[in-house]
Each structure stands twice: as structure tokens, then as C-alpha cells.
Design a protein around this ligand. Structure first.
Ligand SMILES: Nc1ncnc2c1ncn2[C@@H]1O[C@H](COP(=O)(O)OP(=O)(O)O)[C@@H](O)[C@H]1O
Ligand SMILES: [Mg+2]
Length: 276
């Protein structure tokens, strides 16, 4: 982003929702790749012990020598943990199952909520000239997700277009508010994105109507449709944008990327976030 008013450093976006299977990893990968294809430099942080984002981008377990776990334990610097992906302009810090014990191991560390924040602000990061860092959060509101919220400028919340979608949101919003009050007063909402949307399904349309009525501008105009190509792509270690560029899923993630960029261009110095 060649915006002279923009402060130095990438925009850091945490992709979070404590529900599993709502499209966090899918959105992190495909939105990240869509932005990389637009010419932005994107880093993806896999913060889920399941390592789905790493796998989905073709970083197999044997390639995960230095991981986000080493970063959190301050045993590695970010530039040692960063790996190139097959996508031009896109890097990843992978995750392994080790990460599942980080919660317990870090409990007595006074800086435990700030470890990712500090890791992402090491000077060596500047060399990558990153525009965006996306953090793929685990399906919980644990210390890992708190680290993501403390490190981030904004929260991007994927919401699956199905019954009870809005139910878990209040818990997430409470945690966000707590983080804002205690550790990161700059944290904003990037927005809420409806995923696995089926326009022929009444329920999808109802969830969309409820979300727009209750959350207003926070909800992205772009809807991510349920699309089989999106779900097939990870098993080929690819984003859907590489696997089937003309699919509806690819088109939707390109639209989302453009909407996100547009939102970040209007307003103040580091815009795009909204209070809430
Ligand atoms: N738009 C979509 N269309 C079809 N399947 C999808 C779509 N988005 C996600 N999925 C599938 O839904 C499952 C859960 O998605 P995932 O991104 O892993 O969720 P989370 O990271 O929130 O747990 C995966 O199998 C994924 O392939
Ligand atoms: Mg996931």
C-alpha cells in the first residue's frame, strides 16, 4: 500500500471466531492469496495447533522446523520462522501440534499476552516490506487468540451462514472489549464476513439479514458462497485462486480483497478499522 499517510509497517489482521469450521483458515489463505495476487506482500501466521493453514499452503510437517511456537517461546526470531510459499508475495510462519501446549507453558510468563505482538515488531520484519499480516486463530478464546488480538490492528470475523451463527459472537466481542481495555486499545473490527453462503437457502438469507440488521456496516458487502472448489483446493496444497481461478469461490475472495483494500483507503492514517 503506497499510502504516504500510512504509518510504517504492515496492517495486522487477526482472523478469529471461537467456533470451529466457520471458514477462518479458508478465509485467511484465500484472502491472503488474493491480496498477494493484487501485488501486496502478505504474511500469514498459522496460530492454530492443527496447522491447517500451513498444510493448505503446501508446508508439510517435515518443513516446519521453526514455527510460531518457537516465536512465542522467544526461541526464534520472526525472520528465522518465516518461509516462502508457492505464491509470489506470500510468506508463512507455520504451526505444529507443539503449539497446543503453549497455553500451559506460558502461564507464568509475565509477557504471555504480548509475545506475538513483540515478535511481529522485530526490526528484521521490515526487510519483507509487508503490507498485511493475517493471523489464523484457533477455534477458541484462549491465550493464543488473546495473543493475536493484542498483536493485531483489527479483527476479521468469519461467520458461517447457518443457524446459531450469531450466538457465539457476543463472547468474541466481550473478549475483544477486554483486550481493548487492558492490552491493545488500538484494536478495531476489520469486519465480519459471511462464509459458506447459499443464496437459494432461506436460512443463509435470514442469517445475512440478521447480521446486517444487528451489525450494520461491520458486515462486508461481499458474501463468500458455499463452493465445492473452495473445499477441494487445500487437498492439492493450493488456494482456490490457484486451483480454480474462475470458480465462484475465487471470484468472491478477490471481491473481498478489493473491498478490504477500499475500506482501508478511506478515512484516517490507519483506517479500515471500526470501533465496536
Ligand atoms: N466457501 C466455502 N465453500 C465450501 N466449503 C468451505 C467454504 N469455506 C470453508 N469450507 C470448508 O469448511 C471446512 C471448515 O473451514 P475452515 O476454514 O477450516 O474453518 P475454521 O478454520 O474456522 O475451522 C473446511 O473443510 C473447508 O474446506
Ligand atoms: Mg482453522
Amino acid at each position: 500500500m503506497n499510502d504516504p499517510t500510512r504509518p510504517k509497517g504492515p496492517k495486522i489482521i487477526a482472523v478469529a471466531n471461537q467456533k470451529g469450521g466457520v471458514g477462518k483458515t479458508t478465509t485467511t489463505i484465500n484472502l491472503g492469496v488474493a491480496l498477494a495476487q493484487e501485488g501486496f506482500n502478505v504474511l500469514l501466521i498459522d496460530l492454530d495447533p492443527q496447522g491447517n493453514a500451513s498444510t493448505g499452503l503446501g508446508i508439510g510437517p517435515e518443513q516446519r522446523k521453526v514455527t510460531v511456537y518457537d516465536l512465542l517461546l522467544e526461541e526464534a526470531h520472526l525472520d528465522q520462522a518465516i518461509q516462502k510459499t508457492g505464491v509470489e508475495g506470500m510468506w508463512i510462519v507455520p504451526a505444529t501440534t507443539d503449539l497446543s501446549s503453549a497455553d500451559i507453558e506460558l502461564i507464568s510468563n509475565e509477557k504471555r499476552s504480548f509475545l506475538l505482538h513483540d515478535a511481529l515488531r522485530q526490526p528484521a520484519v521490515d526487510a519483507f516490506a509487508l503490507d498485511f499480516i493475517f493471523i489464523d486463530c484457533p477455534p477458541s478464546l484462549n491465550l493464543l487468540t488473546v495473543n493475536a488480538m493484542v498483536a493485531a490492528d483489527s479483527l476479521l470475523v468469519p461467520l458461517q451462514s447457518e443457524f446459531f451463527a450469531l450466538e457465539g459472537l457476543s463472547q468474541l466481542m466481550l473478549t475483544k472489549r477486554e483486550v481493548t481495555q487492558t492490552a491493545n486499545r488500538h484494536l478495531r473490527y476489520e469486519g465480519i464476513v459471511l462464509t459458506m453462503y447459499d443464496k437459494r437457502n432461506n436460512l443463509s438469507r435470514q442469517v445475512e439479514a440478521d447480521a446486517r440488521a444487528n451489525l450494520g456496516e461491520l458486515v462486508f458487502d461481499t458474501l463468500i458462497p458455499r463452493n465445492v472448489r473452495v473445499s477441494e483446493a487445500p487437498s492439492f496444497a493450493m488456494s482456490v485462486l490457484e486451483y480454480d481461478p474462475m470458480s465462484k469461490g475465487s471470484q468472491a475472495y478477490r471481491d473481498l480483497a478489493r473491498e478490504l483494500v477500499a475500506r482501508n483507503k478511506c478515512g484516517g492514517a490507519r483506517p479500515g478499522g471500526r470501533d465496536g
